[in-house]
Design a protein around this ligand. Structure first.
Ligand SMILES: Nc1ncnc2c1ncn2[C@@H]1O[C@H](COP(=O)(O)OP(=O)(O)OP(=O)(O)O)[C@@H](O)[C@H]1O
Ligand SMILES: [Mg+2]
Length: 571
């Protein structure tokens, strides 16, 4: 084995864990402090040395300016994180944490570990995934795969329950993010059906509620605003998190912070008793924010709440009793105790690593499929709207997936087109997340609508996207990996045909039945598991709609036959 060992890493907002497969099972790896759980904190100590984990978290209280916590919340942004007297990017901080993991894992396993599977929230967008890979590379890892955290959690459950056939809902409320995923398990296959979440909801927000309450109590009692005092806020944060955790196993908890401020030379102390009841009242809204993503996942997967066989709770914040009660009441089912909420994600990442390195074989092991969590598309002109989102890959499609969109020039003699790629659920791209853009040129000069531009989206197992464009008539292909750097350039005209308008064709009536039959088949579960068949059928259906829009009856008749053949083939 040696250099072939691949580890799994759960790089969390608050904590980080690593695991490896030994004798066919995931085993958690302890850090240099002898702990499995490493706080995701980095810092520079007084002597200028870099410190990580528990040491860094401990110094946060005394020297917040020398310490960075929760860097994961900033990944994918340009925000700078200050540590010591230097600024770092979120990628730099994450790579330091990963390097720390690499070192302790290598030490603990007694071999140089340089390959890893790293988990990310299912809801991470493309840029956040790319930056996570980048952080891994800079730490000296070959990042073999990015795996979605809930998928990993389900794998960790699945490996011990191979014979089971069930619908599993993974509810992951961590430090910074909430993810919910519905999976189906049958005969050792774990298949992700749908995934949703809120990347701005986590344990940190519960702390924040408590902090706000403490600040307002203090203001009432002493007329002083602690929120202006950075040092006081650091203490409050620490105490608030501690109190929240205490309240997971107690009915009330007292917070005492002596010398938190002063008033005309006299030190002031903060003293409050927080009951569980009060805490739950303050944070009920946060818990209820988990309902919408759960509804989305049920709707997208077509699974009814009553058909969920197992609920897995993952993430430290699911230790809060109200969270458990709420999910049980909402889905009318008691959550399972079969996975460890702190270890499940790292264990699942290790299982994925084991599948890649071959220590977990397919026969004895487990197979997994995943979905893309966001709709992906490009900006097009549509009637009088110039910000229309044309969908190329809908959300919750099984990955890997390759899809093509066909577009047309929108002006006479147009020689180039700008392809702008977006991620999100709105049909106005301005409300979605811009991913990147590029220009394809070399379009032959022709009247409007007579040149075709094929745009291909390829979404890989890491949840990352490559977009390419081609002009079939000239064979021109743009060198077209997504450029994440947004650049301001004159907007060229870009083109559009949205095949959903096929119904307006004068031929629509004649071909409606075959369109509907194909659409129904595409929605069926069996077809979802036959990627090649599905793609064939999809592309025929697409071409048929296109032919209808173009009022090309001969071509439409040809395609109808192709589709009928395909439908019969799998009857
Ligand atoms: N006993 C407890 N009661 C309530 N909350 C807890 C408890 N233990 C841990 N937490 C909270 O759980 C959160 C950390 O959970 P976890 O380690 O699963 O998150 P993470 O994986 O780092 O974050 P994410 O998955 O969002 O990136 C913190 O907000 C912490 O305060
Ligand atoms: Mg987590």
């Amino acid at each position: 084995m040696g250099a072939d060992t691949i580890i799994g890493i759960d790089l969390g907002t608050s904590t980080t864990e690593a695991a490896v497969i030994r004798d066919g099972k995931p085993v958690m790896i302890v850090n240099l402090d002898g702990q499995v759980i490493t706080p995701s904190a980095a810092g520079v100590d007084k002597s200028g040395q870099l410190v990580f984990g528990e040491k860094a978290k401990a110094q946060y209280l005394l020297a917040p300016e020398d310490t960075v916590i929760e860097a994961k919340r900033k990944i994918g942004t340009k925000e700078k994180l200050r540590m010591g007297n230097k600024d770092y990017t979120p990628v730099e901080i994450s790579s330091m944490l990963l390097k720390y993991v690499k070192d302790y894992v290598s030490e603990s396993l007694g071999e140089n570990i340089s390959r890893a599977v790293i988990s990310v929230p299912a809801y991470f967008d493309d840029l956040q995934r790319q930056e996570t890979v980048e952080a891994g590379k800079r730490a000296g890892f070959e990042v073999e795969r990015i795996i979605n955290e809930p998928t990993a959690a389900a794998l960790s459950y699945g490996i011990g329950h191979m014979e089971e056939e069930s619908h599993i809902l993974v509810y992951d409320l961590g430090g910074g993010t909430f993810d919910v995923t519905l999976l189906e398990m049958f005969g050792g296959v774990v298949e992700v059906k749908a995934s949703s979440g809120d990347n701005r909801l986590g344990g940190k927000d519960f702390d924040e509620c408590l902090i706000q309450w403490l600040v307002s109590q203090f203001r009432k009692k002493h007329g002083k605003d602690l929120s202006k005092d950075a040092a006081a806020m650091v203490k409050l944060k620490e105490q608030a998190e501690w109190c929240k955790k205490e309240l997971s196993s107690r009915e009330s908890c007292q917070i005492v912070i002596p010398f938190i401020a002063e008033k005309s030379g006299t030190p002031l102390a903060l003293e409050e008793t927080v009951t569980l009841e009060l805490f739950e009242e303050m944070t009920r809204d946060l818990v209820e924010r988990t309902h919408a993503p759960i509804d989305v996942v049920l709707a997208d997967s077509g699974v009814l709440a009553k058909d969920i066989d197992r609920i897995l709770l993952v993430g430290g914040s699911t230790r809060m009793p109200m969270v458990r009660r709420d999910i049980e009441a909402y889905l009318q089912k008691e959550p399972s105790k079969a996975v460890n909420p702190d270890y499940a994600v790292a264990e699942g990442a290790a299982i994925q690593a084991g599948i890649i390195e071959g220590t977990l074989s397919r026969e004895e092991g487990i197979i997994m499929t995943d979905v893309n969590p966001y709709t992906l598309g490009i900006r097009v002109l549509c009637e009088d709207r110039s910000h229309y989102m044309s969908i190329v890959i809908p959300r919750n499609v099984t990955i890997p997936v390759v899809r093509k969109g066909i577009y047309y020039t929108s002006a006479d003699n147009q020689t180039s087109a700008k392809i702008e790629v977006y991620q999100g659920e709105h049909d106005d791209v301005r409300l979605n997340h811009f991913l990147g853009e590029f220009v394809i040129s070399g379009i032959p000069m022709r009247p409007e609508g007579e040149e075709r531009i094929e745009v291909e989206f390829s979404y890989n197992l890491n949840g990352m996207l490559e977009v390419s464009a081609r002009i079939p008539s000239s064979g021109e292909e743009a060198s077209v990996e997504i450029n994440m750097m947004a650049y301001e350039e004159e907007f060229f005209t870009e083109a559009a045909t949205d095949v959903s308008k096929w119904k307006e064709s004068s031929l629509a009536k004649e071909f409606r039945t075959v369109v509907r039959r194909a659409e129904r088949r595409l929605k069926s579960e069996t077809v979802q598991n036959m990627p090649f068949y599905r793609e064939d059928l999809e592309s025929c259906l697409y071409d048929l709609k296109l032919a209808l829009i173009e009022e090309d009856e001969d071509r439409a008749a040809e395609l109808e036959e192709d589709i009928l053949d395909l439908l019969e083939e799998r009857e």
